[in-house]
Ligand binder design. Structure first.
Ligand SMILES: [Zn+2]
Length: 298
């Protein structure tokens, strides 16, 4: 797997003090719950064996400023793709919003048959980290969707007021069309009832990633929460299901011209705020009348 060269940006430079970075990485490694102890040769994937303070062998991958230390074989294989995606997404984020580390947490729950049912990914705004439960990394769709969703939150927080304002206006219009109050109070009953309505609303669900990928839990996308969640969920849909999205858009056109126009406006706003045609398909840009974004030189 070839990684793109990262543009000149202070945040992307390798640490001037590799020894310090190495020590820090080991400290981070200690915080990672090792989910399995499968050992394979690391020679083919760029993973170098390192010892933690207890003498245990872990595997380290370094890509510019990003260092990842893992043990589990499966997770290591998936992490290569994660690293590539995080580097690309980071090119789109203001420096003070760059995602620095994918932290793999051990918090996962098993059902009575021992199958892990709980997985979660979140963006830690204070430390600008994506935190994920380890099991997520075994399913490529789940972790890719998760990285884009959480990166979109980081992106959203770095948007200028005009961009956030525009998305807030569209979000409120969307909720009104569905007959829902914007910014629902975060309590179980409001949420359950909103989910019931939102799940059946053709406009809201066009931006809900859990509607596109059966492996995603129903609560993975909640674009009805606020404009930040709308932006994050819409980013996943536009990134990973552009064809299905365009099909759904055509269906919406038949159902309601107003809903169609609003959905199109939201999708356009999301792509315009990302402003990176490499992240989304060329066909999508064309269909939404955003060819000019394709002409940009990178
Ligand atoms: Zn979210």
């Amino acid at each position: 797997m070839v990684l793109k060269a990262v543009k000149g940006n202070a945040a992307f430079q390798p640490s001037p003090n590799p020894k310090g970075a190495f020590k820090k990485s080991l400290a981070l490694a200690e915080a990672i719950l090792v989910l399995a102890t499968v050992k394979i040769s690391a020679q083919d994937s760029g993973w170098q064996p390192v010892q933690d303070s207890t003498g245990k062998t872990l595997y380290k991958l370094e890509r510019g400023w990003l260092t990842v230390i893992l043990d589990d074989t499966l997770i290591r294989a998936k992490a290569n793709e994660c690293v590539e995606m995080v580097l690309q997404v980071n090119e789109n984020l203001p420096e003070n919003r760059n995602i620095r580390w994918l932290e793999i947490e051990g918090s996962h729950k098993q059902d009575s048959s021992g199958v892990i049912r709980y997985f979660e990914m979140m963006y830690d705004t204070t430390n600008r980290k994506i935190i994920a439960s380890g099991d997520l990394f075994r399913d490529s769709m789940l972790y890719k969707a998760g990285i884009i969703h959480e990166s979109a939150h980081a992106k959203f927080r770095g948007l200028p007021d005009s961009g956030r304002g525009l998305l807030a206006g569209l979000y409120k219009k969307m909720m009104k069309k569905a007959g829902l109050e914007p910014y629902l109070p975060y309590n179980k009953f409001a949420l359950l009832s909103a989910w019931g309505i939102a799940d059946n609303d053709s406009l809201i669900k066009i931006f809900d990633e859990s509607n596109y990928f059966s492996r995603l839990p129903r609560e993975a996308g909640h674009p009805f929460d606020n404009e930040n969640e709308l932006f994050a969920s819409a980013s996943v849909v536009l990134k990973y299901a552009p064809k299905q999205f365009l099909k759904n858009l055509e269906k919406l056109k038949v159902e309601s011209a107003e809903k169609y126009e609003l959905a199109r406006e939201i999708a356009r706003a999301v792509l315009l705020e990302w402003n990176d045609s490499r992240l989304f398909s060329a066909k999508l840009h064309k269909k939404l009348g955003l060819q000019h974004l394709m002409e940009k030189n990178y």
